[in-house]
Ligand binder design. Sequence first.
Ligand SMILES: Cc1cc2nc3c(=O)[nH]c(=O)nc-3n(C[C@H](O)[C@H](O)[C@H](O)COP(=O)(O)OP(=O)(O)OC[C@H]3O[C@@H](n4cnc5c(N)ncnc54)[C@H](O)[C@@H]3O)c2cc1C
Length: 427
Amino acid sequence: MSLSASYDADVIVVGAGPGGSATAHYLAQTGHSVILLEKSTFPRDKICGDGLTPHAVSELIRMGVPMPAEDGWMRNKGLRVIGGGHEIHLPWPDTETFPNYGMAKARTSLDETLALFAQASGADLRTGVTAVGPILNERSGRIEGVTVREGRDRENITELRAPIVVESGGVSARIATAMGITPIENRPMGVAVRTYFRSPRHDDEWMESQLELWDGPRENSNLLPGYGWIFPLGNGLVNVGLGSVSSTAHATKLDYKDLFRTWMRNAPADWEFTEENQVGKLRSAALPMALNRQPLYHNGLLLVGDAGGMTSPFNGEGIGYALMAGRIAADVMSQALARTSGYGHVKALRSYPEAIKAEIGGYYSLGRVFVKLIENPQIMRVCTKYGLPRPQLMKLVHKLLSDGYERRDGDVTDRLLVALTKMVPAA
Ligand SMILES: Cc1cc2nc3c(=O)[nH]c(=O)nc-3n(C[C@H](O)[C@H](O)[C@H](O)COP(=O)(O)OP(=O)(O)OC[C@H]3O[C@@H](n4cnc5c(N)ncnc54)[C@H](O)[C@@H]3O)c2cc1C
């Protein structure tokens, strides 16, 4: 398709989180002109657990992002799971597809690193620029660019035009919302709070997941709703948080900050999770799950990452999926931009939702069933108590929850999980 000279770029990407930066990087690498808009200026914080599973690490490896320890890339061996009176260690398996290690890196530095990486690949990164709304073709309804505001000056609105726009603005998805693409009611939604502590646990080689939170001594007090995590960052800090998930868009109404303080009051003293050691505020945010905003392609707009609800309903992981979606979106757009007819261009773009669903659709459908089950505390308690001590079962559950199963030629647990994801309709 020949592009009109009135365009500012081949593609405009709205939001330089992991999803937007991966999209812009891959597009720039294939020689396309891409403008990457970010309303904040780096370094900027993002409320997150900062955890990267082997799935996410494999996406970073594929992008070619250098991950030296001295730049704050903290490796971990696997997951320590605590609950039902058990404490088990689940090492990340060494598979054909994924490395046998995960990572953690604070989002203040991760997101800046990825945005600068995309810029170094050739993307035109513009920070402090907010995409305010879509520019729509009056006749076709197709998006042809975005109106933008630089800095805080509300009067200073200008236009940027491109034949394709990517919405990677996270859970708020301002451009998609303005085009009528709103969240689906019956998809799971998580809410979580997190903060940082200076702690001797900062160099723990395991990411820790606490399936039960107590308002007093462990096993000897009342259970609080929700699940907790402790992710070591290696730089003196740990990322500590808790959250819960609901099977519908109406997230559970809990006072998460109060729950967190109660949990912390009862944390073992040698963890040193005290007010004096807290670094930064306790902040909360939503996790949009299981492709909760669709269609993922509509009238020239592609949704990537949290904007498309791509967080995993199994574990709240969203960084790796945002990177993956950026890679797939860029591939689809490259195909579309190389077409010589408008018909072919649109046909190529329309393949995007199916390409995403081929990767995670069945897996996320299973995740919706999983959320319905764990929403019930009694079921969760029974699973924790009787499931955790069974090594074979936990091997399967670990692969399932962390998306760490082989898609081809795996062992019996891998083959079972592949079969299960194929038995359900793609989310
Ligand atoms: C408490 C919590 C803990 C989590 N823990 C983990 C974890 O440990 N591991 C994990 O993998 N995932 C975790 N997640 C999920 C993860 O944070 C998200 O899935 C991930 O950030 C999605 O990346 P993204 O690029 O789609 O969006 P975001 O990271 O949200 O990035 C969107 C970007 O777009 C910018 N933007 C938004 N609107 C506009 C606009 N109109 N114009 C210009 N710029 C705009 C924003 O400033 C932002 O930089 C957690 C989430 C929460 C809430």
